[in-house]
Write a protein that binds this ligand. Structure first.
Ligand code: XMP
Length: 514
């Protein structure tokens, strides 16, 4: 395992993902963890992430010198680099010479472990105020910039390495190569971690955990719960029952996909509860987004509990385990306690109340999303499920701005199906992160169709590009694809006479409208 020490500011997750892309297993630990505890995990290497602080700021996180003296290879990035420099006796000055964004890096490759085979000049992503002017004793300086004399240093003997920039971000053109040089050449690791090994490991662990008992799993139609269920099914077969609550807020074809394709691919026992009437009546007259989310979450839990009671009554033996598709970023974020503001109350429909008396099975809690997809693929799940774009638990309920009614849902389902169909036909469905289609149910505008005046509703297209949904940009989609979607929606969906494009990034806009 490679430990990524998190100094804050969201860099650690990206670094951990890049390490795994190099097919080396990695985990994130907080910078507050005592060094002895880190070393007790027997790490094959340690990476110190960037962070928001200056090493000279009061209360700035530090690291015990022992970390560098344990014989474990260490790679410091940005803040981690400066920390390494100051801890080991180098000089970091508060020069006021800031560098932000793309910066040319001058590399001296001779004898360099990190930069071998990369160009003399490369573009890197910088974000720092302080600058290292002298490397610690015994270190070779292998890169500089116009502003910073020491932008990378290395010590092969002690296996300590550092770079001032962020090799993990895409703007650092040779960043992945440099990271891999550290892992393979510096730390002597082999690229042998695969998702196949995850499956074997998890199947064995789940069998051990569950024994002869029974488990249930809520399927949401999304990737995570589907892959988690398939993995558990592989481990314990008929001891698992899945529950799918049809809240009537799914998109066209999605319920059928779960009922037919997923069951066919996995052979799982599935209980489908059609609760659409119940959700519709609970949502009647409600337009406030947060209230809608609360109602949907509440009703979901009630329906699920009822289904669970039925499953317990039907089968032999108690149901003691609940399968959840928790992913690694959720684990890091909830354990990190970084106090990020709760912007919307996210109901993971498929996620459940805390007072249920279950033991959890969370077979994906060490995986990132792209790895979950690989596991799903390896388990033989259909592409339509494995490659599915994110879709919120509350479904179309939060894509109708205004009250949710059956007619409005049907209308939005049609518009959404057209948009998805055209995005797929244009080969864009894997490039964009997701494309919510939103109905502005309380807005009407004047139009003309045929010979007559219309007074219909607008549909909003919200295609976004993102790596993790925390930030996003609106996707610059080809005009002809937009035109096609717009023409088809206004022609084929009654009561819609206008299609508009959302050109807001996140922040300030969230991805969903509610
Ligand atoms: P926002 O709108 O907050 O969305 O920018 C970020 C990502 O989360 C998805 N989303 C949800 N997913 N339950 C979910 O499981 C929810 O309640 C929920 N609300 C938003 C959204 O689709 C986007 O991918």
């Amino acid at each position: 395992t490679v430990l990524v020490v998190d100094f804050g500011a969201q860099y650690a997750q990206l670094i951990a993902r890049r390490v795994r892309e190099a097919r080396v297993y990695s985990e994130i630990v907080p910078s507050t963890m005592p060094v002895a505890e880190m070393l007790a995990k027997n790490p094959a290497a340690i990476i110190l992430s960037g962070g928001p602080s200056s090493v000279y700021a009061e209360g700035a996180p530090t690291v015990d010198r022992a970390l560098f003296e344990a014989g474990v290879p260490v790679f410091g990035m940005c803040y981690g680099f400066q920390l390494m420099a100051t801890t080991l006796g180098g000089t970091v000055d508060n020069t006021g010479a800031r560098e932000y964004g793309r910066t040319p890096l001058h590399v001296s490759r001779s004898g360099s472990t990190l930069f071998e085979g990369t160009p003399d000049e490369q573009s890197v992503w910088m974000s720092h105020g302080d600058a290292c002017s002298a490397a610690p004793e015994g270190f070779q300086v292998s890169a500089s910039t116009d502003v910073v004399p020491v932008a990378a240093f290395e010590n092969d003997e002690k296996k300590l390495y550092g770079v001032q920039y962020h090799p993990e971000v895409m703007h650092s053109t040779h960043g992945q190569q440099v990271l891999e040089h550290f892992l393979y050449r510096g730390a002597g690791l082999k690229p042998d971690w695969t998702t196949g090994s995850v499956i074997e490991e998890q199947v064995a662990a789940i069998r051990e955990q569950v024994g002869g008992k029974r488990a249930i799993c809520g399927l949401s139609g999304g990737v995570d719960s589907a892959v988690a269920a398939a993995l558990v099914q592989k481990a314990i077969g008929s001891q698992l029952t899945c529950v799918y609550v049809d809240h009537g807020l799914m998109r066209k074809g999605e319920t059928e996909q779960v009922e037919k394709d997923f069951v066919a691919a996995t052979g799982v026992q599935l209980k489908v509860v059609d609760a659409s009437e119940r959700f519709l009546s609970a949502l009647a007259g409600v337009s406030d987004p947060e209230e809608k989310r609360k109602i949907i979450g509440r009703e979901f839990i009630r329906v699920f509990e009822q289904a669970q009671a039925e499953i317990v009554a039907e089968g032999s033996g108690d149901v003691e385990f609940l399968v959840q598709g928790t992913l690694y970023p959720d684990v890091v974020e909830s354990g990190g306690g970084s106090g990020t503001a709760n912007i919307k109350s996210h109901h993971n429909v498929g996620g459940l109340p805390e007072d249920l008396e279950f033991q959890l099975i969370e077979p994906l809690r060490k995986l990132f999303k792209d790895e979950v997809r690989m596991v799903g693929q390896e388990l033989g799940l259909p592409d339509e499920i494995v490659q599915r774009q994110p879709f919120p638990g509350p479904g179309l309920g939060i894509r109708i701005v205004g009250e949710v009614t059956k007619d409005r849902l049907d209308l939005l389902r049609e518009a959404d199906a057209i948009a998805r169909e055209e995005l797929t036909a244009a080969g864009l469905d894997r490039d964009i992160w997701q494309c919510p289609v939103v109905l502005l149910a309380d807005v009407r505008s004047v139009g003309v169709q045929g010979d007559g005046r219309t007074y219909g509703h607008p549909i909003v297209l919200r295609p976004v590009s993102s790596e993790d949904a925390m930030t996003a940009d609106w996707t610059r989609m080809p005009y002809d694809v937009l035109a096609k979607i717009s023409t088809r929606i206004t022609n084929e969906v009654a009561d819609v006479n206008r299609v508009v494009l959302d050109v807001t990034s996140k922040p300030p806009g969230t991805i969903e409208w509610e």
